[in-house]
Design a protein around this ligand. Sequence first.
Ligand SMILES: [Zn+2]
Ligand SMILES: [Zn+2]
Length: 338
Amino acid sequence: MMKSIVCREPGKLEFSNSKKPTPLAGEVLLKIRCIGVCGTDIHAYGGSQPFFSYPRVLGHELAGEIIELGEGVDLPLGSAAFVIPYLECGQCVACNAGKPNCCTNIEVIGVHRDGGMCEYLAVPADHVVISEGVSYEELAIVECLAIGAHSVSRANVSKSDTVMVLGAGPIGLGAAQFAQVSGAKTFIADVNPERLRFCENEFNFDAQVDCKQDVQAQLSILTGGDMPTVIIDATGNPKAMESTFGWLAHGGRIVFVSVVKADISFHDPEFHKRETTLMGSRNATKEDFEHVVDCMRTGKVKSANMVTHRTSFNDFTKTFPEWVKPESGVIKAIIEVG
Ligand SMILES: [Zn+2]
Ligand SMILES: [Zn+2]
């Protein structure tokens, strides 16, 4: 038997007992070691996540130990691995175009099917990446960093770019760090002064932009009037997203990585005069995941300092409601499974 944490309905988490799974052909069984808590989990718990059905075991940022192999799988038992939680169909127009991250039939572990807030999880072996030399805790935040890394690769950021990342949450911090890895001059922007102070103390971005002040004026000074050539939005705020059209350099690119349940509009002359490129960024590819682990291993990105809160599996149902409150100051929280 094993224990799982089930989100029975919005606002209600409880433990449940179920049979320990057996890996099917092509699957591996993971003993879950660390689980990253994500905005998606918070929205699912809060009831504001579209396309979500209950009851559901949450958790898609997963690191564990390979303890059993299904038929036809040849991976070293006992290795530390993380999970790529996006299960693609392999046959649709997007999959055929090499973009399984936006598969038309995508199923995300912990969103569309039961996830990893449990002791053992069977997953397809080709969605498990073995990564020695990185702690379980770091492996549990690879997914959230990979989303940021994907937004940077979408915009094809290079060292000639000036990138502004809007929103200093875990995704934004990931995006900003990978923009730096690409050699770009990088600014991070937020409305929350505590977040900006955190960025200043913990990271080495070229500037912090205070969104409570005149953003246009700050960017104009920072760029000598040119404005950022790339703006990546990780706020999940429609107003912020709409503002990006007026803050961009001529010839620049905007990437929306956060998703909102709203219409976004822009004034066409603003869009047109810049010959703006607007892109969505969804999930991440295997290449993004590999890039993230590589950068972790070589110390090119900081991840440990993004983990601000930790709890044990047994305490999670009590701790989580506290973390959901904005005043908790959570950037990234981790559940350690004993
Ligand atoms: Zn996530
Ligand atoms: Zn597909």
